[in-house]
Design a protein around this ligand. Structure first.
Ligand code: PFF
Ligand code: NA
Length: 455
């Protein structure tokens, strides 16, 4: 693993808690915050959706994040191996290992479309730097984005580039490479977003955006929207897809999981809200549709870059940073599969990378074609990409998350969990334990049943 040193067991360990924090934040902060959060917020009516999303982060996401890191660290193996080891230790059913397989598969499927979307950011970088955004308005910006989507070769090319970069880093990862790139990336991204929010404030539509994002009108939120909010809480925190378990498995013993998890969730939520505050003023100022869908940031931001001073440089930097943020998330998405393949089947890291790389590449073509040649090929009204996104984020992630909290809260003993989680104050642990056993599973169930229209 990049940024790790080897221990006696041959598995690497992060060199410090700080590096783990960087890696986990690098995993969490990505396309989910900047590309997905604004567009699904727009599609689901704004404020009420944001409120439910924040509640899901707090009541479900954070306890689950701690649980996953704990499982990884205690099990010291890939997700399936770690869960199997803990189940054995707790004399629980052997079948829990299937949960590990499920989350590995979820991460793998997400990665297959994640690299394609990251390719959009890469494709926009040279356009931004060469002044290709100057003079854009809502219509022409939409046309520019549409022209990119219509070109499967371009989408496949950039998507393949991102996939190759991800796999190369995962296969040959230089020690500390992840750490070095994250050191400037996270603060840089934050500053750029602040600049964009500042610019958005000059459009005259800032308050409209604030109202859109924070006035909760529940009549605009459907049952399906509630499920999307829950799914996104998982997606944005990299949960139920093996990433946090895999990264936890490289975490040195004795560091506070709780504090680190809180910091990761805070950084992730901060970036998402900043992205919302940067995008929606532009949406309203340019007469665009909040519910326009996956192209939202790729249509709105170029208009702003085309108008603001230093827009070529700021725009170029922004898309590079977005691509790097996506890359660090993609690396974390691949790690569970690679660790699973190497540890379960005893093959080399390079072989694991090649085998998964070929499969990922083929799957990614399905996403590429969803936006052009196959855009009319739908199942229940969803394209290949929509189906994959829905299956992973709204079905597999909530199910995997539910099973994970049930495993930790009910199949493992309180003593084992208390030992491994490292929350020292007994009252605080008791609170977290109840959240894990009761609040989190009930919360997930309620959202599921609600989305099915049961109440
Ligand atoms: N959390 C990432 C984002 O918000 O872009 C996406 C992601 C990374 C999801 C890793 C799942 C995962 F395992
Ligand atoms: Na995120």
């Amino acid at each position: 693993i990049a940024g790790a040193s080897s221990n006696s067991a041959g598995r690497g360990l992060w060199s410090s808690r700080w590096v783990f924090f960087l890696a986990a934040t690098g995993s969490a902060v990505g396309l989910g915050n900047i590309w997905k959060f604004p567009y699904i917020t727009g599609q689901n009516g704004g404020g009420a959706f944001v409120l439910v999303y924040l509640a899901c982060i707090l009541a479900i996401g954070i306890p689950l994040l701690m649980t996953e890191v704990m499982i990884g660290r205690r099990g010291r193996a890939n997700p399936e191996g770690a869960i199997a080891a803990l189940a054995r230790e707790a004399r629980a059913s052997r079948h829990w290992r299937w949960l590990g397989t499920l989350v590995v598969l979820t991460g793998f499927l997400i990665l297959s479309f994640y690299t394609v979307i990251a390719g959009w950011a890469v494709a926009y970088t040279p356009t931004a730097m060469s002044g290709g955004f100057s003079g854009l308005n809502g219509e022409s910006s939409g046309a520019l984005f549409g022209a990119m989507l219509a070109n499967p070769w371009k989408l496949a090319g950039y998507g393949t580039l991102v996939l190759l970069l991800t796999l190369a880093i995962v296969a040959f990862g230089v020690r500390g490479g992840l750490e070095r790139s994250l050191r400037f990336l996270m603060p840089g991204l934050f500053v750029l977003l602040l600049v964009l929010v500042g610019y958005a404030a000059t459009t005259g539509h800032f308050m409209q955006a604030v109202h859109f994002l924070f006035d909760a009108d529940f009549s605009k939120l459907s049952g399906q929207g509630v499920l999307v909010a829950l799914g996104h809480a998982f997606f944005t925190l990299s949960l139920a897809s093996g990433a946090m378990m895999a990264y936890g498995s490289y975490l040195p013993a004795g560091t506070s999981i709780a504090r680190t998890a809180l910091m990761v969730a805070l950084a992730d939520t901060g970036v998402a809200l900043l992205a919302g505050l940067a995008i929606f003023p532009l949406v309203f100022a340019n007469g665009l549709e909040p519910g326009a869908g996956p192209g939202l940031i790729f249509v709105t931001l170029p208009i702003a870059f085309g108008q603001m001073p230093l827009g070529q440089m700021i725009g170029g930097l922004f898309f590079i940073m977005l691509a790097i943020a996506a890359l660090t998330s993609a690396i974390s998405l691949s790690e569970p599969t690679i660790a699973w393949l190497t540890e379960k089947f005893g093959i080399s890291r390079l072989k694991a990378v090649l085998a998964s790389g070929i499969t990922l590449w083929l799957l990614s073509l399905g996403t590429v074609l969803s936006f052009n040649a196959w855009s009319e090929v739908t199942l229940l009204g969803k394209t290949f990409f929509d189906s994959l996104d829905f299956l992973t984020t709204n079905l597999l992630m909530p199910l995997g998350g539910l099973a994970t909290v049930l495993f930790a809260g009910w199949a493992l003993s309180r003593k084992l969990v208390q030992e491994s989680i490292g929350i020292d104050q007994p009252q605080l642990f008791a609170l977290w334990w109840q959240a894990l056993r009761v609040v989190t599973p009930l919360g997930i169930l309620v959202v599921f049943l609600h989305s099915l229209g049961l109440f």
